[in-house]
Design a protein around this ligand. Structure first.
Ligand SMILES: [Zn+2]
Length: 924
């Protein structure tokens, strides 16, 4: 399963701007800088939510009749379940939710054809159990249970068996019925033993309209004659292999499909979107073949269907043989969608196809081991797509986009959790669908692949899959297969036990900071470990088995990621020898280990001066990225002085590579927010605008068809960054392209990749004529996207006019967008924050009167200001505002003040370092 729109844990102003071009635009709230992860719900209860397991399912035969018509969105269901009673008992317990059982129809027959009288049906709604009690004890053995039931096809709950709709070319609403069972919603469609380890076979039959197609995990076995009374027919699918309940799926729709020659692989969508399905077909087939080759195990099912669903909670779901997608995640068209959308579609398909082995063939025995499927699927999103698209540099993107931007931030918060995290209630299970399970899972897998070496890792995975096919596993099953293969090839030294090593990474929260402290006289280096907290707190005693790779200025070996040493869990530190005093050393080659690295001041200086020379290219781009990301975050955590990070940053003006630049943009974006409107702000912006000049000259402002993949991404990043930071050249280019487009969109089209840049950057310095033409676009088709562009103008007269429109009844700006229009001013530009704050103070009553739900809106904005304000002057204004309207803001006002106070405290402590550094740098 792929989550939708995993907004990273620490997204600030500029990242939102950059991400507009790279993610779909939805509201990403400005989360607290250092801790944005959703906390795991505490297991506050002692209730046991697990099934008693005195009985187990063997096979389900399920017959369903969905009614996909207005005024009757329901379904009838019948299940015939072969089960085994393992322990003699007078009851059978299984899962059920929101189904109405026809109790008179329930029957249980033992293999000897004896009918067992049902004494009662009990519904434990808290545990979502159906408990069938019998008049007598059921002896152990096999039974057939028959249940008849009715359920609803809701449209507001996007799980279980539910309905979705789209508008066809005639403007009519067309309904379809679909499923989303993971993690705990199969029980909403049929009574079942709804735990991942309780596998069984499924034979699904669905009665549907002749104009509709029914799809399920398996190919069609047979179809009945048409029932003349209702113009419907039964489609029965072949019996599945044994599988988990959460992977069962069925869809009833009037969709069309594209397919390969033998129809083994088909991609389905509503017919009026089918032109966007071809890419998913070619990419999906190719990725499936690569997975078959990588695992040396053929895909287990006879066919694969991929289908896009208009209303879908997650990004996608890996149902075995019938993968469901959110439309925007599966459809891609050249010339219409961006290169980033194309990459996302390729990646998400790899993710779901990976699950066909990791998750579907071999399943986690309980949700505690969810990362065993999601970690692999997240890792192979990059790894397998990289095999198909060799020029996309996805493994480099894995480091800078997944590991640095998300994982290391989320996992250094105080509220992180171990990968093997138990969960009991459906809410606790859902809370595990987070950055740790997905991206830390992938990071730990990446580290293992590097220290075992990729070929051995691959051989170990094939053994793991073969040993455990059609079974359910824990992490120990993975360790033992990898250990076996490692032993056969003598990869790990005998004292290194894989389980011991890996348990330190999956049973404990967080990750280590490795500190390298050199003695420049003796040539020794002390290598120590402690747990790293982004808050700056010192380690809590947690230790790991840490694979240590490194190189030096004399070696310059950035190719081998095999560990040269290990720090055992029992030790705080080890000592290494042989470092030449004039050499720098860099640890964690290509950031293959899951940790951060700090050095003594002198080694940082040696790295800095080497980087700021023509030799910088000798340091691998991933290690340049690592040095930027580690030093920036160590400074944010108060582990090193910001001057070390700034000294390193000087070199970036030489570099034009996407990889180190991506890290620089990420760190810089946090600093942008922290320094916005302080004394150092203009120098900070000047420094980075100058740093971007060589890169902009290298990529230009125009996209070419033959541009390398990462050049396209680098262009979007660097020009969005330069325009936000105030580059006059960048802004005038953007405005010129925007004006030309608005004048004549046919003659001056904008590539889908650059559309967001042109609008968000071009409008900053645009005159009223151009701004009004953008307003006209909104008038023709009102959308939040355009509202957000309009607020990015940095002309106070235009903004005042914008707010006038947004506070007038029946004006161009829809009333429902009035409050968003205000937010758009402060949300996308540090330079507009003071204007927005003053506007709110001066026009409080007018805004309060105009907005629908004004209290909620006021709290939304004051909370945002709490995160964005950085100066004492702003804080004084905020305090007066909150005090004056304490009845509106309540405790949220106080929280905003506390946040702003903490920002001001940060400014007081750290801004002088920046100011001094910049005045030195510019010799002011
Ligand atoms: Zn997944």
């Amino acid at each position: 399963m792929k989550l939708f729109q995993k907004a990273g844990p620490r997204k600030s102003l500029i990242m939102k701007i950059i991400l507009i071009t790279t993610l779909l635009l939805t509201a990403i709230t400005t989360a607290s800088l250092l801790d944005g992860r959703t906390a795991i719900v505490d297991n506050a209860t002692t209730t046991n939510y697990r099934l008693p397991n005195n009985s187990l399912p063997i096979s389900y035969s399920i017959r369903l009749i969905p009614y996909i018509i207005v005024d009757n969105f329901t379904f009838d269901g019948e299940s015939t379940i072969e089960l085994e009673v393992l322990k003699s008992s007078s009851s059978i317990t299984l899962h059920i939710l929101n189904l109405t059982i026809d109790e008179t129809a329930t029957s249980l027959v033992s293999s000897g054809n004896k009918n067992h009288k049902i004494a009662s049906h009990t519904y434990d709604t808290k545990k979502q159990f159906l408990i069938l009690k019998f008049a007598t004890h059921l002896p152990t053995g096999n039974y057939t249970l028959y249940l008849k039931y009715v359920g609803n096809l809701p449209s507001n709950i996007l799980e279980g068996f539910y309905r979705s709709s789209y508008t066809n070319d005639n403007g009519q609403t067309v309904w379809l019925a679909t499923t989303q069972f993971a993690p705990t919603a199969a029980r909403r469609a049929f009574p079942c033993w709804d735990e991942p380890a309780l596998k069984a076979t499924f034979t699904i039959s669905i009665k549907h309209d002749v104009n509709y197609t029914a799809l399920s995990n398996m190919p069609v076995a047979n179809q009945s004659a048409i029932d003349k009374t209702d113009n419907k027919l039964w489609t029965t699918f072949k019996t599945t292999p044994i599988m988990s309940t959460y992977l069962v799926a069925f869809v009833v729709s009037d969709y069309g499909y594209v397919s390969n020659g033998n129809e083994r692989f088909r991609v389905w969508s509503r017919k009026n979107a089918l032109r966007g399905a071809s890419y998913a077909l070619t990419q999906g087939e190719s990725e499936l073949k690569h997975l078959e080759k990588y695992t040396s195990i053929p895909f287990a099912l006879p066919k694969m269907d991929e289908i896009s669903i208009p209303d879908f909670f997650f990004g996608a779901m890996e149902n075995w043989g019938l993968v469901t997608y959110r439309e925007s995640e599966m459809l891609y068209e050249d010339g219409v969608n961006s290169t980033f959308t194309k990459q996302n579609v390729a990646k998400i398909i790899s993710h779901e196809i990976t699950h066909q082995w990791f998750g579907n063939l071999v399943s986690p025995s309980w949700w505690k081991y969810l990362w065993l499927k999601e970690g692999f699927a997240t890792y192979f999103e990059f790894y397998i797509t990289d095999q198909v698209e060799k020029n996309w540099h996805l493994m480099d993107q894995f480091i800078v986009r997944s590991l640095q931007e998300n994982t290391l931030i989320a996992d250094s918060s105080d509220t992180t959790h171990p990968l093997n995290q138990d969960a009991s209630t459906p809410e606790e299970i859902k809370a595990l669908l987070d950055t740790i399970t997905y991206q830390k899972g992938a990071a730990v897998i990446h580290m293992m692949s590097n220290f075992l070496t990729p070929p051995i890792f691959r051989a170990g995975l094939t053994r793991y899959l073969n040993n455990n096919a059609y079974k359910a596993v824990t992490s120990d099953d993975l360790w033992s297969a990898l250990q076996e293969v490692s032993d056969e090839y003598e990869i790990l030294p005998p004292e290194i036990c894989l389980k011991k090593v890996m348990d330190t990474w999956v049973e404990q929260p967080g990750f280590p900071l490795i500190t390298v402290t050199r003695d420049y006289k003796t040539g020794k280096a002390n290598i120590s470990q402690e747990r790293y907290f982004q808050s700056g707190a010192s380690g809590d005693g947690t230790r790991w088995w840490v694979p240590i790779s490194y190189t030096t200025q004399s070696d310059l070996n950035f190719s081998s990621t095999s560990p040269r040493e290990w720090i055992p869990q029992a030790k705080n530190n080890i000592v290494l020898n042989g470092f030449k005093p004039t050499d720098w050393t860099i640890f964690n080659i290509k950031e293959s280990g899951y940790y951060r690295v700090n050095y003594d001041k002198k080694n940082w200086k040696l790295i800095t001066s080497y980087l700021d020379s023509d030799d910088y290219v000798n340091i691998h781009p991933l290690n340049r990225a690592q040095i930027i990301d580690d030093s920036g975050n160590l400074a944010l955590a108060n582990r090193i002085n910001f001057s070390i990070f700034l000294d390193i940053s000087v070199y970036i003006r030489r570099d034009i590579d996407y990889v180190p630049w991506r890290s620089m943009l990420t760190v810089s974006s946090y600093l942008y927010q922290k320094l916005a409107n302080t004394r150092s702000f203009s120098l900070f912006k000047r420094f980075f605008v100058e740093s971007s000049e060589k890169s902009i000259a290298a990529v230009g402002y125009i996209q070419h068809d033959n541009d390398e993949h990462l050049v396209k991404f680098q262009r979007i990043n660097i020009i969005t960054f330069a325009c936000l930071y105030g580059s006059a050249e960048c802004r005038s280019n953007a405005t010129a392209i925007l004006a030309a487009y608005l004048e004549d969109p046919i003659a001056n089209p904008i590539s889908p990749d650059l559309r967001d840049w042109v609008f968000s950057s071009g409008i900053k310095n645009a005159n009223a004529t151009v701004w009004n033409m953008v307003l006209d676009l909104y008038a023709k088709s009102p959308s939040l996207t355009v509202i957000n562009y309009l607020g990015l103008s940095e002309d106070e007269e235009i903004l005042t006019n914008y707010m006038k429109l947004a506070t007038t009844d029946n004006s161009t700006i829809l009333k429902e967008h009035a409050s968003d229009a205000f937010a758009s001013i402060y949300d996308g530009s540090g330079d507009n924050i003071n204007f927005a704050l003053d506007y709110l103070i001066d026009n409080f009553d007018k805004l309060y009167e105009f907005w629908d739900q004004p209290t909620d809106e006021m709290i939304r904005h004051v909370s945002a200001f709490g995160n964005l304000l950085t100066t004492r002057e702003q804080l004084t204004k905020l305090k007066a505002l909150v005090e004056k309207h304490s009845d509106v803001f309540g405790s949220d006002g106080q929280t905003a003040i506390a946040n702003a106070e903490s920002n001001v405290k940060w400014t007081d402590t750290y801004e002088p370092v920046f100011y001094e550094w910049f005045t030195n740098f510019y010799k002011l």
